[in-house]
Design a binder for this molecule. Structure first.
Ligand SMILES: Nc1ncnc2c1ncn2[C@@H]1O[C@H](COP(=O)(O)OP(=O)(O)OP(=O)(O)O)[C@@H](O)[C@H]1O
Ligand SMILES: O=P(O)(O)O[C@@H]1[C@H](O)[C@H](O)[C@@H](OP(=O)(O)O)[C@H](OP(=O)(O)O)[C@H]1O
Length: 278
């Protein structure tokens, strides 16, 4: 551990400034956060301890494979690759004298001049099938509307010409079933809705269609990362990626019934946000 009151990133790296949610560097919790080399197109995400880290690495390896399994598995994998950040393998680096494994992933903010990024944690429940009773209780009590909405907002970061606006998970949890559309409206407020919402609706439909047919993985406590360009001199590009696979499980031939309802709800809200402004 460093002599100051925080960990130092590996030599040549910085803490990734656009990390919205997840495990952030903390001496108290003895954990590090995502790092990035200035100017690089990739981020390095620390592998979490134990089975969480193993599950995430295995999920990325599963997604990368293109020659295994039956026809449906190959179809599911091929489509999923479009919806996740590109994975470049695992690297070991030293942080304060200790070796850590890092997943090397494309930084999805890289092609945006003023990115506006939103993290949405998906699922009717955000614990996995092997979670302890204590973990189940802690996740359920964290945000009771999760069980009907099927998602919670973990925060957003809005780059503007004037600076950066950040909203965290506590802000996300202050909304419920009745007013969560206001949170999504606020996230979308850097651009006229007509410029970005139809694109988000189309992308959500593509992801939903994949979830309806895929029998590859079940994603517990995973996030959707939404991003759009806020610079008015550039085209209003958008993207949505699935991230955070530390609780992914084989599907055992069944649809991901924990994930799909939240996706359907999000799609409904995006569609109605757009229609309300017509
Ligand atoms: N490929 C990526 N490109 C850009 N930003 C990313 C990428 N992956 C993750 N992030 C950022 O890092 C944050 C945390 O990512 P992630 O959820 O994978 O971490 P985690 O520590 O496993 O989270 P949790 O504690 O919820 O399990 C996201 O909210 C997002 O802001
Ligand atoms: O959203 P919050 O309030 O920050 O809560 C954390 C969040 O749910 C993480 O996803 C979770 O890690 P896992 O998904 O890996 O369980 C972590 O669990 P932990 O405290 O058990 O690490 C929670 O503390």
């Amino acid at each position: 551990m460093s002599s100051g009151d925080s960990f130092s990133p590996p030599s040549g790296f910085e803490w990734f400034a656009d990390q919205i949610a997840g495990h952030l560097p903390s001496i108290v919790k003895r954990q590090i956060g995502i790092v990035k080399r200035p100017g690089s197109t990739v981020i390095h995400k620390p592998c979490q301890k134990g089975s969480r880290g193993e599950r995430e690495v295995n999920a990325y390896h599963t997604i990368l494979r293109n020659d295994e399994g039956d026809e449906n598995t190959r179809r599911d994998t091929k489509i999923l690759r479009n919806f996740v950040p590109r994975f470049h393998g695992v690297e070991i680096m030293e942080v304060d004298g200790e070796e850590h494994e890092f997943l090397v992933l494309d930084d999805i903010t890289i092609n945006y001049r003023l990115p506006v990024i939103l993290d949405i944690k998906m699922g009717l429940v955000t614990y996995d099938p092997l979670a302890s009773e204590e973990k189940r209780i802690s996740e359920v009590t964290k945000y009771p509307p999760q069980s009907t909405l099927g998602f919670r907002i973990s925060g957003y970061r809005m780059h503007t010409p004037e600076g950066v606006l950040t909203r965290d998970k506590e802000w996300g949890k202050s909304f419920d079933e009745k007013n969560v559309h206001l949170a999504l409206g606020e996230y979308l407020s850097a651009k006229p809705l007509r410029e970005v919402v139809p694109q988000f609706v189309q992308k959500l439909q593509e992801i939903s269609s994949w979830f309806e047919v895929q029998r590859l993985l079940h994603f517990y406590s995973s996030s959707l990362l939404l991003i759009y360009e806020a610079d008015s001199s550039l085209p209003p590009s958008i993207d949505i990626k699935l991230i955070d696979f530390s609780h992914t499980y084989p599907s055992e031939g069944k649809p991901d019934s924990n994930y799909i309802p939240g996706l359907t709800k999000l799609l409904e809200i995006f569609e109605s946000l757009y229609l309300s402004k017509q």
